[in-house]
Design a protein around this ligand. Structure first.
Ligand SMILES: Cc1cc2nc3c(=O)[nH]c(=O)nc-3n(C[C@H](O)[C@H](O)[C@H](O)COP(=O)(O)OP(=O)(O)OC[C@H]3O[C@@H](n4cnc5c(N)ncnc54)[C@H](O)[C@@H]3O)c2cc1C
Length: 336
């Protein structure tokens, strides 16, 4: 275990839209010692991992017409243009990010400082901490067991390349599931299985793309279809899905797009109180632990977006950190 040497003013956990916006606002506010810790090999790792290449990115997402309140914003574009914009913020504001650094514990000491530890046993000492780890780190799993021998044939994102021509069952009914189908159909026979009867969780554009693919015979869509169990057929195609309506069908791969869960354990370990599934925060996203804030999807009540994540970072810094915890320069004042 390595002991912390440098004292930070602000440690930000997670370098996605919320973490990056928090860091940019902190720079604007003149907060001195800042560090971001990111578990992935790049910033914006959820976007990198979960958005399909070329995916359209809407500024108004899930019908939420929200304007950017702070120094960072995006326009409508695609996965690549948004990643480029995030890259530009990181470079323009010279944000210090430590990659492949997954935070494992956060502990507020008696002297008011936080002691944060990562997966490599490194420790960081900071006056304040913002947790911006999103909700996608732990994808929801189905309630039936997945045989371990099917590793490489069952997936929770698109990070693993699936050889062209191999058949895929996509499970889910939200935007992610529909976008997976729209991305995969060109190179694979794709079937979408959803237990609901209508795709009410998906947006109009994704719904109409799916309808078109279905009409053209490019994708099979099975609604009101629930998997009961999965079995390793031990020969190609390997994954045997038994549906609750009695059908048994085999696929080369299954991709689950069942959403993500708030990382309760992580928050509880840090001492954050939860009300049911939601972390308890005030209007500035300050938790019950003095100096510990949350940002982004963690405080979006299940309806996160990039702009919303940016705005939480702005509020945390100006209404939270600068109001009660750290010395900031006031916008418009001499020297700002
Ligand atoms: C398929 C899909 C399509 C979407 N399309 C849109 C769209 O068109 N428009 C839009 O506005 N929104 C869209 N969203 C939502 C948007 O991506 C999220 O609201 C946004 O990314 C939330 O930002 P965040 O910073 O809170 O979390 P995230 O983007 O999830 O970032 C969290 C970061 O923290 C890191 N991390 C996690 N755990 C740790 C740890 N323990 N230690 C260190 N680092 C950690 C992760 O690797 C990640 O980089 C979409 C989401 C999905 C899944």
């Amino acid at each position: 275990m390595t002991h912390a040497t440098r004292e930070l003013d602000l440690l930000i956990i997670g370098a996605g839209p919320a973490g990056i916006a928090t860091a940019v606002e902190a720079r604007q506010a003149g907060i001195q010692e800042i560090l971001l810790l990111e578990k992935g090999p790049t910033h914006s790792f959820s976007i990198e991992k979960l958005y399909t290449p070329g995916k359209r990115v809407d500024k108004v997402y899930l019908g939420q017409e929200i304007e950017c309140e702070g120094s960072v914003c995006i326009v409508d574009g695609n996965r690549e243009s948004v990643l480029q914009a995030m890259d530009d913020f990181v470079n323009q504001f010279a944000l210090p990010i430590s990659f492949e650094t997954e935070v494992t514990s956060i502990d507020r000491q008696d002297d008011g400082f936080f002691l944060v530890e990562d997966n490599k046993g490194l420790r960081y000492r900071s006056r304040t901490v913002v947790i911006a780890i999103g909700v996608y780190g732990r994808p929801n799993k189905p309630d039936y067991p997945i045989p371990s021998s099917l590793k490489g044939h069952t997936h929770f994102d698109l990070t693993q390349d699936i050889p062209a021509g191999e058949s895929i069952l996509v499970v889910g009914g939200g935007n992610t599931a529909l976008e997976y189908v729209a991305f995969l159909y060109a190179d694979h026979p794709v079937t979408l299985a959803y237990r609901g009867s209508h795709f009410t969780k998906a947006n109009d554009v994704n719904r109409s793309i799916l309808q078109k693919l279905q009409n053209q015979g490019d994708a099979k869509v099975w609604t009101q279809t629930d998997i009961g169990s999965l079995r390793d057929a031990s020969e190609s195609p390997r994954v045997e899905a038994s549906f609750k309506d009695g059908r048994t069908v085999r696929f080369d791969h299954v991709i689950f797009a069942l959403g993500g869960a708030t990382p309760h354990g992580f928050l509880q370990q840090a001492g954050v109180e939860l009300a049911g599934k939601s972390p308890q925060v005030d209007h500035r996203f300050h938790t019950n632990v003095p100096g510990l804030f949350l940002a982004g999807d963690l405080v979006a009540a299940g309806k996160g977006s990039i702009v919303k994540a940016f705005n939480t970072g702005h509020k945390v810094v100006w209404d939270g950190l600068c109001a009660d915890h750290l010395e900031c320069r006031i916008p418009g004042s001499k020297g700002s």
